[in-house]
Design a protein around this ligand. Sequence first.
Ligand code: UDX
Length: 456
Amino acid sequence: MESKSEAKRAHCLLIPFPAQGHVNPMLQLMKRLEHEGVRITLAITHFFGKKFHKVPTSTTLEYISDGYDSGGYDEAESFGVYMEHFRQVGTETLYELIEKLDRSGNSVDCIVYDSHLFWVLEVTKRFRIVGASFLTQNLAADSLYYHVKKGMLHIPLLDQSVLLPGLPPLAQKDVPSFLYDYESYPDILHCSLDQFSNIEEADWVLCNSFYELEQEVAEWFRKTLPKLRTIGPTVPSMFLDKRLKDDEDYGCALFKSEECVKWLDERRKGSVCYVSFGSYANLSEEQMVEIACGLRDSDCYFLWVVRATERIKLPKDFVHNSEKGLIVTWCPQLQVLAHEAVGCFVTHSGWNSTLEALSLGVPMVAIPQWADQTTNAKYIMDVLKIGLRALSDEKGIVKGEELKHCIKEIMESEKGKEMTRNALNWKSLAARAVEEGGSSQKNITEFVNSLSTFGA
Ligand code: UDX
C-alpha cells in the first residue's frame, strides 16, 4: 500500500537508449527528478542491465526487451535491424511493464524516453500518460538533424557553408558526420533523423544542454517546439551545485578504478593531459600510433584510457605505466576531470565528455571521430573558445606532431591560459544553471509541477 504522501508524488518511467553515452545523462536527470520529489522506475534492456552494479536505493529497476537479451546490438545483423526489432519487441514489453506497474498500484504518470526511441511516444498516447522526449546531444546537432528531417536542409552537405538560425556558419567538417558521409552509416543517419519524426507531438522535449551555453539555438528551438526545455548539464551535483544527497556518480560506478586517482594525486597542478575517446570510438591502428607519439613527444604526464578492445592497437614498444604515463581500460572520468593535476583533455568530443570538461573547467584538444562530435569540436574551438581542434591529414589522421603542438599550446602558452580561463567561466555558468533559481533547475521544476496537474 502506498502512503498518502507517496500517492501524491508523480511516478516517472525513464527509458534510456542502451549505450553508455546515453545512459549516463539519463541517470543524472533521474537524480535531479528524484530530488524534486518524483518517484522513478528505470527501465533498461536485459543486456545493458548486466552492466549495472548499482542504482540508487530509492529507484526501482525494471526491464524491457530489445529482442537481443544476451548480446545487445552487437548480436543484430545491422544497426537498422536492431532498431526495428527494438521498436517491435520494445513496444510489446513496454506495454506489459506499464500494465504490471498499474496492477501493483504503481501506475505511471509520465515516460521520459531517449529521443532515439521515438516510438515510445505512441505507447504514452495509448495509455494517456505524459511523454517526454530526452535529447541527449547538443542543440546545435539537434537543429541540423531537425532541419534535414523536416526537409529544410538537403543532404549530403558537401563543400557548402550551412547557415541556420542560432548557429555559427558551419563548413562541411563542422556538421555531424552522417550529414556529409551519409552512405557509410545509413542506419545511424536514419536513427538520428527519426528522433524528430514525431517530436511535435511530445508533451515535453528535454535537452541535455543549458540555456546560457546554446542561447541562440535554444531560442530558435523554443519558437519551433514550445515544449522544449534545457535541463543540463547532466553532470553529478557533487561537481556543480552540491545540492543533491546520495549523489554518487552512477555512470562511473559501472566501472570502478581508483588507481588513476591515486596516480593523479602524485602529480602537480595542471601537469597531466587526460586522454579518452569515450565508450565507443574505434580508432585505426595508425591513429593510435600517432597519438602515442604525440603524447611521448609532448613530454607531459598523461593518463590515457584505452579500452580493452583497443589495446592491441598500441605500439608494441610504447612505454606505459612509466613515470610519464598511465594507461587504464576505464576510469572515473568526472573525478579525473575534477582533479587539479589535469590541465588538458584530449577527447573525441562526445557530447557528455564535452559537457563534463566544460563543467569542470578543463580545456580540450578535440579529435572528433564521427556523429555530433564534429559539431562539438567546432563549438569547443570557435564558439566556446575552450580548446583546439587538431588538424587531420587527407586520410583523416591527426599526426603526432600536430597533437604535440595542440597539447603544448594548451598547457604552456598564453592562449592556452586564456582557454583555461574561458573553461573556468563555463564551469561557473554550468553550476549556476542547475542551482536553485538557475535556468535548468527552473525548467526541471516546471516539468515536475506539470506532472502533478496532468489529468487532474
Ligand atoms: C556517444 C557519442 O560518441 C557522443 O558523440 C554522443 O553525443 C553520445 O553518445 P560516447 O562516444 O561514449 O557517446 O562519448 P561521450 O558522449 O563522451 O560519453 C562517454 C561517457 O563515458 C562520459 O559520460 C564519460 O564520463 C564516461 N567515461 C568515459 C567514463 O566514465 N570513463 C572513461 O574512462 C571514459
